[in-house]
Design a protein around this ligand. Sequence first.
Ligand code: SIN
Ligand code: FE2
Length: 206
Amino acid sequence: MLALPPGVRHIPGFLDRSAQEALVEDIRAVVRAAPLYVPTMPGSGKEMSVRMTNCGTLGWVTDRERGYRYQPTHPETGKPWPPIPEALLSIWRAVADYPLPPEACLVNFYGETAKMGLHQDRDEAEFAAPVVSISLGDACLFRIGGTTRAAPTVSFRLESGDLVVLGGESRLSFHGVDRIYPATSTLLKNGGRINLTMRRVTKPVA
Ligand code: SIN
Ligand code: FE2
């Protein structure tokens, strides 16, 4: 594998099996309060293959009419997102090197055939904080490049319990998920992959 772009950290096996199991229980509770929904692309209304929900004071959502944005409530239930579980806040404190807690944790669920095209995380106002991403369940092929779409990319496998931190000069790197490797983990009873992405959205007030 080629070297990762500067600012990208991949920490394989950051969470052991019992920490992963506990986190899955936390996420099940989040999903009971804020059900997974089908996000749609701005303009075209095309359905994404990933199912999404959030926890935190803000959640990232997208739909045909209003596009990519953060909002404090679930688009279908209208209820506030549930809080970010303490285990996730503690991971952020351990790796983010940023003084304030995350405001949003996007929960992505990938079935066997789901994927995510190359994109930047840039709907936040605060880019000084990193994006902290946790993988649970089936492995995937993750792709990351530079800060332009045309920059060369490298791909590597993310396994259950792995952490990726996009910070510094890679905070705005293009990234995506090329494919899921079905049945490569026993963590989720019905298979699939969960990705949890924590972000700071607003700039701190001085
Ligand atoms: C994302 O970029 O929102 C998801 C990345 C991943 O699933 O690993
Ligand atoms: Fe992303």
